[in-house]
Design a protein around this ligand. Structure first.
Ligand code: DX5
Ligand code: ZN
Length: 214
C-alpha cells in the first residue's frame, strides 16, 4: 500500500490552509513540506513559523524535507511546530549521525535525503538508525521537473541497504517527477511513500490524481 504525500510547493501559496484541507479531504496520507533556504538550493520557500501556523489545518502527519544548510538549527522548532518526520540532506550534514540522534531525541522520525548524484552507499554506516530514506528523483529546488530514471536503481539499492542492516521499519520515499506515468516503476522498485507536487495540485481532479498514484 502506497502512502501519497502532496507537496505544498505546488499549492497556491496565497491559500495554503485551504489547499492543505482540500488534499486532506481528497485522500492524501501525509503532507510534504519543502523547506528551502536559497543556499542549499537556489529557491526559497517557508520556515518553521509558517509550518506551525499550518499545523491546525489538518490532522495528517507533517513530513518536513529540509533543503537547507545547517539543518540542525531547525530541529527543535520543527518538533515544537508539530512535525512528525524530518528529512535532512546527506550533502548538507557534516555530522549526520549527530543530526539523526537530535531528531529522535526531539521525538520525531528522522530520514536522510539523497540528491540524484549521491550514492545510497553513503548511508551504509547510519542505515540502522534511519526511519526513512528519501531518494530524490529530480535535482531539488523546484516542482514540475522530469523524473530522472536512474533514481529507480537507487530505490532498489536503498531497499537492499536497509535489509542488510536489519532495519525493517524504515520507509523509502521518492520525491520529484512522480506522476501517474512514473508511479508504477517507483513502487515496483520498492518505494512506499510517494511525494507528488504538480501531479496532485496541478490536477483538475485531485481526488482522482491521488487515487491514480495509489
Ligand atoms: C523538489 C521538492 C519536491 C517538489 C516535487 O525540490 O523536494 O517535493 O515539490 O514536485 P513535483 O512532484 O512536481 O516534481
Ligand atoms: Zn520535497
Amino acid at each position: 500500500m502506497s502512502m501519497i504525500g502532496p507537496s505544498i510547493l505546488s499549492a497556491d501559496f496565497s491559500r495554503l490552509a485551504e489547499e492543505i484541507q482540500d488534499v486532506t479531504q481528497k485522500g492524501a496520507d501525509y503532507i510534504h513540506l519543502d523547506l528551502m533556504d536559497g543556499h542549499f538550493v537556489p529557491n526559497l520557500t517557508f520556515g518553521v513559523p509558517v509550518i506551525a501556523a499550518l499545523r491546525k489545518t489538518t490532522a495528517l502527519p507533517f513530513d518536513a524535507h529540509l533543503m537547507v544548510e545547517h539543518p540542525e538549527t531547525y530541529i527543535d522548532g520543527l518538533a515544537k511546530a508539530g512535525v512528525q518526520y524530518v528529512t535532512v540532506h546527506q550533502e548538507a550534514c557534516v555530522h549526520l549521525d549527530r543530526v539523526l540522534q537530535q531528531i529522535r531525541e526531539a521525538g520525531m522520525k528522522g530520514g536522510v535525503a539523497l540528491n540524484p548524484a549521491t550514492p545510497v552507499s553513503t548511508l551504509s554506516c547510519v542505515a540502522g538508525q534511519l526511519d526513512m530514506i528519501l531518494i530524490m528523483s529530480v535535482n531539488p529546488g523546484f516542482g514540475g521537473q522530469k523524473f530522472i530514471p536512474y533514481a529507480l536503481q537507487k530505490i532498489a539499492d536503498a531497499k537492499e541497504l536497509l535489509q542488510q542492516a536489519g532495519n525493517t521499519e524504515a520507509v523509502i520515499e521518492v520525491d520529484g517527477g512522480v506522476n501517474a506515468r512514473t508511479a508504477d516503476a517507483v513502487k515496483k522498485a520498492g518505494a512506499t511513500w510517494l511525494v507528488a507536487g504538480s501531479a496532485v495540485f496541478g490536477a483538475a481532479d485531485r481526488q482522482a490524481a491521488i487515487a491514480a498514484l495509489k
